[in-house]
Design a protein around this ligand. Structure first.
Ligand SMILES: [Fe+2]
Ligand SMILES: [Fe+2]
Length: 370
């Protein structure tokens, strides 16, 4: 099969660069024998499952605007099923869907760049050769993700700037010298959220190119999260309580930056700005949508994700690697209580979400042939 690109590479690139000072120890390891079999296997899988964005996805297809707008959702809220949505003209529906999706996908895109740089840091910073091998394949995966998301966003709209919350988390991940914090911040928190969100968006959208792109990317992300789980599972039991607490705090802070409305920089705040650019009064819109609370709650329940990606995925992942002290559970509960009320927070703290047994199968379910 030819590896020639179908189309030109995307033309527009960010006009400016910015920097953050990083310093991490690079570790040599003179033992070249496999030490952590699970990571060696993951590395072999990654080598086997490489794909090429410009060859394997059909970039020439036009986006089906109607299909795209019909299956757009706002962070899990099925806006398109509300009466409010029906009052909007098809043009406004497309504008809202296109811009909101471009914002979400730009956020994914910038996150992918952060992952690209972090994965390359991990090649140097992790102590085991198996960990270095694997991180090198992740670096390649992330380059492909940056390429693919940039190309898709360009089909919709322009690239939106990075949100302050994401920038803050990426800076923290890149500048810490502790490789376990890098791995927990990137592979567990950010990539856990990404994996959950990519799969979700893939399941919802009826736009074929986006569906395929998200499936391919999510398959890679399942490995990236798997790396964090397997590697940290190997090292966390060797840490002191104090070292564990530092890593827990780092993970919690990363999650908090993204979902705590009190920071004023959450994704929802930025999303509402985009709505007003599409000609909708965000206050009125939220008011109208919230009146349909029953429909929303029911729809969320149907989709089995009323708990959202942090409670439904990141927290159980942290639990699975032993980063779930009562202290940190208390922090999460306090945050949920302040954001969505003490009753729901109480219920969430009681109901632990179950992590899928096999992340790869979880991503593929129903999409094996794609
Ligand atoms: Fe990625
Ligand atoms: Fe990733």
């Amino acid at each position: 099969m030819s590896t020639e690109p179908r189309t030109e590479l995307p033309e527009q690139h960010p006009m400016q660069t910015e920097s953050v000072r990083t310093a991490a120890e690079a570790i040599y390891n003179w033992n070249y024998e496999p030490e952590i079999d699970q990571l060696r296997t993951l590395y072999a899988n990654a080598l086997d499952r490489q794909w090429i964005a410009l060859r394997d996805l059909d970039w020439d297809t036009e986006i089906d605007q109607e299909a795209f707008a019909r299956t757009f959702s706002l962070g899990g809220i099925p806006v398109t099923r509300t009466q409010f949505w029906q009052t909007l003209s098809p043009e406004t529906q497309w504008e809202v869907a296109r811009r909101s999706a471009a914002l979400m996908l730009s956020t994914f895109l910038h996150g992918e760049q952060g992952a690209l740089i972090t994965a390359s840091q991990l090649v140097a910073a992790v102590p085991h050769m198996d960990g270095k091998f694997y991180a090198s394949t992740q670096t390649m995966d992330e380059a492909r993700h940056v390429e693919a998301f940039a190309a898709y966003v360009r089909k919709l709209d322009e690239v939106y700037p990075i949100t302050p919350a994401l920038r803050k988390i990426l800076d923290a991940i890149l500048s810490t010298e502790n490789w376990m914090m890098k791995a927990v911040g990137m592979n567990i928190v950010l990539e856990g959220l990404a994996l959950y969100s990519f799969r979700d968006m893939r399941n919802q959208t009826e736009e074929p190119l986006l569906k395929k792109l998200l499936t391919y990317v999510a398959r890679d992300e399942a490995r990236h999260t798997g790396y964090g789980i397997k590697y940290l599972n190997h090292v966390v039991p060797t840490l002191s309580d104090e070292e564990k607490a530092e890593i827990e705090d780092f993970a919690f802070e990363a999650a908090r930056q993204l979902i705590d409305q009190r920071t004023g920089t959450s994704m929802r705040t930025t999303m509402l700005e985009v709505w007003s650019q599409a000609g909708i009064d965000p206050g009125e819109a939220i008011g109208a949508i919230m009146k349909e609370r029953e429909l929303i709650t029911e729809a969320l329940r149907e989709q089995g994700k009323s708990m959202g990606p942090v409670h439904g995925f990141v927290v159980p992942t942290l639990q699975s690697i032993g980063l779930d002290s009562d202290r940190i559970r208390g922090h999460f509960k306090e945050m949920w209580s302040a954001n969505i009320g003490p009753e729901t927070a109480e219920r969430m703290a009681r109901e632990d979400a179950a992590l899928p047994k096999d992340l790869g199968e979880w991503v593929d379910a129903g999409y094996e042939t794609l």
